[in-house]
Design a protein around this ligand. Structure first.
Ligand code: GAR
Length: 191
């Protein structure tokens, strides 16, 4: 059975994965819609993308909260104003505490620019190249309290080519991210 999922997309910047989700949701047969986009940084490109797509936005600047927990409390409260089935982290560069993750069990997904469990954290492409790997990629996974951990929904691979830089590899991986995220949402909707 296919459900129609209401998504909250959390961003911190450029929002190209958000754009991929906006474009997927614009297709008649895609089983999701975006209820709200939340950014922890004011004025970012992703907010403009959402506004252009006619999607409601919220900005919660993490710097204006006294603690991570206070920020997350505000985030939880904000999300509660919308009919959210699934939280999609799309370039959201804040670590979520176990307290927050446990409030949304199996209802948070993340996209990460590596073939998890390899290269959790930052600078994934530079590390894969430095290690002489022949392959890189991206992973969409359910979020667990540990960072970049949790059941894998979709992985897409690209070769690492001679002469690749972190920048050139990032471009190739990003193309796959934009395919992987909608695939993962469809998978969850059809489960
Ligand atoms: C993407 O490459 C995403 O995988 C990565 O940040 C970029 C955001 O780009 N996320 C992480 O590194 C999270 N650990 P976008 O804002 O254009 O979607």
């Amino acid at each position: 059975m296919t459900r129609n999922l209401n998504l909250a997309v959390l961003i911190s910047g450029r929002g190209s994965n958000l754009q991929a989700l906006i474009d997927a949701c614009a297709q008649d047969d895609f089983p999701a819609r975006i209820a709200v986009v939340v950014s922890n940084r004011p004025g970012v490109e992703g907010l403009e993308r959402a506004q252009r797509g006619g999607i409601l936005t919220e900005t919660l600047d993490h710097k204006s909260y006294p603690s991570r927990e206070a920020f997350e409390e505000a985030l939880h409260e904000t999300l509660g104003k919308y009919p959210v089935d699934l939280i999609c982290l799309a370039g959201f560069m804040r670590i979520l505490t176990a307290g927050f993750v446990e409030k949304w069990p199996d209802r948070i997904v993340n996209i990460h620019p590596s073939l998890l469990p390899d290269y959790k954290g930052l600078d994934t492409h530079a590390r894969a190249i430095a290690d002489g790997r022949s392959e890189a990629g991206c992973t969409v996974h359910l979020v667990r309290p540990a960072v970049d951990d949790g059941p894998i929904l979709v992985q897409r691979r690209v070769p690492i080519l001679p002469g690749d830089t972190p920048g050139s590899l990032a471009v190739r991986v990003l193309e796959q991210e934009h395919i992987a995220y909608p695939q993962a949402i469809r998978l969850l909707a059809e489960k």
